[in-house]
Design a protein around this ligand. Structure first.
Ligand code: ZN
Length: 271
């Protein structure tokens, strides 16, 4: 069938008795549903009345408007990201952050206090107890990890390589210093790189910071790739360090075996 939208003769078709292919039909329907959902959510943000889409031409106008808003957001983001220059060039810094290893990094009290309630409390108590104190220590982080943490706090993102390399340490820091946006960022990063080779490490870290989402994903990966994980050299070391997690892995494996056996029984029974 020649589609009047995407077919080779599309430019010569004129309404009203033309046909469209199932892909264009489904796409158009889904686009209007998506835009109407967006429209329903928007009034909550801007106090506007929702107006359902009136067709594809109207939907296209809305997509153009969304693109304009995206441009505005990008400009705003670029404007806010310039804060990171103050960190890199040490402009009017007023506190030193000491990592566990390596040299300290100068930063800004006000920024730290706005990004984390925990930092806010640490800095506030410093003012009361020791006004002359001009440094705080984060001994669990190396210099490189601290650099990443600060860059994220100033810019709201991290280059992919840095994010990949330090996502575990940053997830623990996000949990400890209560930085939900960093936690989400690390969750996405770790989840996208989860495979049998790092599943034990993901399970260990997600357990340490009570991250239910990653914990479940790691456990599922271990159960799915049990031979690869349980017979690896790192499993012995892991089991010695994390007895309670090893028990959970064993239970998950037994459950899986039981499910498979029950599934097999169900398949056999009818005959
Ligand atoms: Zn089509």
């Amino acid at each position: 069938m020649d589609c009047c939208i995407c077919g080779p003769m599309a430019s010569v078709y004129r309404p009203p008795r033309n046909t469209i292919c199932s892909s264009c039909y489904e796409g158009a329907k889904r686009m209007i549903i998506f835009l109407n959902e967006q429209e329903e959510n928007q009034p909550k943000l801007y106090g506007l009345k929702p107006t359902p889409s009136k067709g594809i031409a109207d939907a296209f106008t809305r997509i153009e408007e969304m693109e304009e808003r995206k441009e505005e957001m990008n400009e705003k983001l670029g404007f806010l990201e310039s804060l990171v220059v103050a960190l890199e060039d040490e402009i009017h810094t007023d506190i030193l952050i000491k990592p566990g290893t390596g040299p300290p990094i100068p930063a800004h009290r006000a920024l730290l206090a706005t990004r984390s309630e925990i930092f806010k409390n640490i800095l506030a108590s410093d003012e009361c107890k020791a006004p002359a104190e001009d440094s705080i220590s984060l001994p669990e982080l190396t210099h490189e990890e601290l650099k990443c943490l600060l860059e994220f706090l100033y810019s709201g993102s991290l280059p992919l390589e840095m994010a990949k390399q330090h996502s575990f340490a940053l997830l623990i820091a996000a949990d400890k210093y209560d930085i939900p946006f960093l936690k989400k960022f690390c969750e996405r990063q770790i989840s996208s790189s989860l495979d049998p080779s790092n599943a034990l490490q993901v399970l260990e870290v997600s357990d340490a910071c009570s991250n239910g989402i990653l914990r479940e994903q790691a456990m599922n990966s271990i159960v799915r790739h049990v031979d690869e994980v349980v017979f690896s050299s790192s499993y012995e070391e892991f089991a010695l360090k994390n007895a309670h997690l090893s028990v959970e892995i064993t239970r998950a494996l037994v459950m899986q075996m039981r499910d498979r056996r029950d599934g097999a029984t169900l398949c056999v029974e009818p005959s």
